[in-house]
Design a protein around this ligand. Structure first.
Ligand code: TRP
Ligand code: SF4
Length: 400
């Protein structure tokens, strides 16, 4: 419903590394040019697992926003905010909790998985069980229809769609819905009413998805419909009541092509990361000590880049000429592994230098980031309030 809107959040539980940069941030930078985007720091979500170490969250919130900005996330194109500064997320979370079956939460696979994986923490808490519902509130409160996340988050998106459907089913009914919907059709003007009615019939009688898409874009182009009529007409298309909440789609973020130093996924818990702010000396050392093809015990032993994590780095950082040089040199033992790693070190440093420069500027003047976030929070609060008004009304809380 409405225009395309993208939303994503990151938990401030650690500093950003090159895996985040190549996986998440570069994707956001592309999306911000195409869509209305909201990116936020999920500090409440961080508390669900780090409730006993708030200092970690506090330290990482601002650093994370600075890293986003340094990487090229642009506050002129995207709305950047902090979850806890938009209290309506909590209000919606509470309201949704009223109609969320407990079993749905218990069955989200990440619930048990994470409890087992983070066994050193006691995660048998109410807050942790509610993690996916808080995420649903984050998404639904902006009627975001596209959510860029990694594969691990797919169950949370599916859960969110089910919550939206259930909400619309329970609260989208109103007395005289059909009459009101028919009246709303008339307001489209004679030509468009006719088209809407035809497309609706095509969809409902023949399941024509194309017709559904066309009818939706017809509605999206209507500037002068009231919000209520809009919800009615979107709902009427598919047969039900009002569509108050929008079901989001997952925009799958491709797994970063950038592995960790040991060839596994780059992740803080594997201790194989290069942080965005890593000291250059430490970058050199980490790359120089990266494991290579175990067959190359001596400099004179030939190797196979296919069995070497350094080659994965060349796939991210090197041009064809360099890759050619690696392939030939490795297989013929013409180059040593340290030779092979040198261009990578240079590329990482080159990529990092402008980011470090921008980080320095933001750190020298903390008001810059504070202002960007204050502005983003204000915009987010406004957008959230638009949806909350409809939700409160639907739930009978519209006292004045
Ligand atoms: N759960 C997400 C993660 O761990 C973070 C998150 C919180 C999020 N709220 C969100 C992502 C809303 C997308 C949309 O990565
Ligand atoms: Fe890996 Fe390069 Fe050494 Fe070959 S030469 S094993 S690709 S580091």
């Amino acid at each position: 419903m409405f225009a395309d809107r993208v939303l994503s959040g990151v938990r401030p539980t650690g500093s950003l590394h090159l895996g985040h940069y190549h996986g998440v941030l570069k994707n956001w930078i592309k999306l911000q040019q195409q869509y209305e985007c909201l990116f936020f720091v999920a500090d409440w979500h961080a508390l669900t697992t780090h409730y006993d170490t708030p200092e970690i969250i506090e330290r990482n919130v601002w650093d994370m926003v600075i890293d986003w900005l340094a990487a090229g996330v642009d506050p002129a194109q995207a709305i950047l905010f902090i979850q806890s500064k938009v209290p309506a997320h909590a209000e919606l979370y509470l309201l949704l909790s009223m109609m969320t079956p407990l079993g749905w939460l218990e069955r989200v696979p990440t619930y048990k998985d994470q409890q087992e994986k983070l066994s050193e923490k006691d995660l048998s808490t109410y807050g942790f069980l509610g993690y996916p519902l808080l995420q649903s509130a984050d998404i639904l409160i902006y009627r975001a229809n596209r959510v860029p996340v990694g594969e691990d988050q797919a169950p949370h998106l599916e859960f969110t769609r089910e919550i939206a459907r259930r909400f619309n089913h329970i609260y989208g009914k109103e007395p005289g819905f059909e009459e009101k919907a028919e009246a709303a059709i008339k307001k489209l003007g004679s030509k468009k009413s006719k088209l809407y009615a035809e497309l609706r019939t095509l969809y409902q009688e023949q399941g024509d998805e194309d017709a559904l898409e066309k009818a939706r874009s017809l509605l999206n182009e209507q500037q002068n419909l009231s919000l209520g009529d809009r919800e009615r007409l979107f709902g009427y298309l598919e047969g039900g009541g009002k569509m108050i909440l929008t079901e989001p789609e997952t925009l799958l973020t491709e797994a970063s092509r950038m592995p960790g130093l040991d060839g596994q996924k780059m992740s803080k818990s594997y201790n194989n990361t290069i942080s965005l702010r890593e000291d250059p000396e430490s970058i050199r050392k980490k790359v120089r000590t990266m494991p290579t093809d175990p067959a190359r015990i001596r400099r004179s032993d030939p190797g196979d880049p296919g069995k070497c994590p350094v080659w994965q780095f060349h796939l991210v950082y090197s041009d064809d000429t360099t890759r050619d040089w690696v392939q030939k040199g490795c297989k013929s033992a013409g180059i040593g592994c340290l030779d092979c790693k040198t261009p990578i070190i240079e590329k990482i440093l080159e990529e990092q230098a402008p980011m470090i420069e921008r980080i320095k500027q933001y750190e020298e003047d903390p008001t810059l980031v504070r202002n960007i976030i204050a502005d983003g929070c204000e915009k987010a609060n406004k957008l959230a309030e638009e949806t909350m008004r409809d939700i409160r009304e639907a739930m009978g809380l519209n006292y004045s």
